[in-house]
Design a protein around this ligand. Sequence first.
Ligand code: CP3
Length: 341
Amino acid sequence: MIKNDLFLRALRGETVSRPPVWMMRQAGRYLPEFMAIREKYDFFTRCQTPELASEITVQPIRRYGMDAAILFSDILVIPQAMGIEVQMKPDFGPYLPHPIRSKKEVDAIRVPDAAEALDYVMQAIRMTKEKLADEVPLIGFAGSPWTILCYCVQGQGSKSFDKAKALCFSDPRAAHALLQKITDTTIDYLKAKVRAGVDAVQVFDSWGGMLSPEDYQEFSWHYIQQIIDALKEDTEVIVFGKGCWFALGEMAKSGASAIGIDWTCSARNARYLTGGKITLQGNFDPARLLSPPDEITRRVTEMIRAFGKDRYIANLGHGILPNIPLENARAFVDAVKNFKE
Ligand code: CP3
């Protein structure tokens, strides 16, 4: 049994003494102990070496004592497992030298045995579970099929993902074939992660908000719903869609255990749009961690009051920024841990 089960209890909608807290992208970036490892090993070496991935995963827990750990890895290991080359270029981000742009290229992509192709992730999970020694739960994750398609087709990050949209709107059959292959691989992968020991999974739809509400249903939500349907009997599923406030009603009815909220949606509106019964997670503006610690404490307390202490997981509205002072990250975590009604 897990000793600190606040996070799992919040996911199940149980009453808690205070909300649990973790931070999206908490493993890495702003931590000096992470930067020391980063200097020695390139990105995918860190992901593919279970000793390194598990060490990076537990670093923020040791330093700050969050209520959940998230496995150090990346959403782009899925296209890699499907045979698509992915590089991580320093000061540039993901780069895919052979982007997928036609139905012919989609048809050539294989759906791998994810447990086998991504065995290093399963090993990292088992090693992390040992290091965590049942102190806190471990979260596994994947990108949404739409967000993965964005990188596979665009070939790199983008402000508009115009080439990804171009495939969807000019050759929807090719786009849907690709989305289905990504979905099948992702379901297989997340099920293997659950068997390896993760206690919950989060689907990151980082680029869902690039789509109109109508296109979101067709190109993103349809596939996320398949993932939820396939996983919900096995584990707790959290769905986070950045910029997807328009889909919150749909998400609340999906069978997911919790919905991630970004900072552009108020707590009141998020509760209203989701019907008030489902667990919500979020939504501190990551840039607000640049405010002085006292102000962070005050704003976090207000945020908890606005969401309510139950059916709530305190988190950021998106990933932590690399330039956050260590004491400010601590102020965020401590404000939640010290919350009293
Ligand atoms: O808490 C954690 O950080 C766990 C590990 C984690 C990483 N990536 C490690 C990483 C998680 C949960 C992700 C998810 C991810 N990766 C997303 C979805 C979440 C989100 O922020 O929207 C996306 C879109 C990616 C793709 C990706 N990976 C990008 C765009 C970049 C470059 C920019 C950046 O975020 O720094 C990456 C690289 C990456 N993934 C880094 C880390 C720690 C930084 C590179 C490095 O350490 O060398």
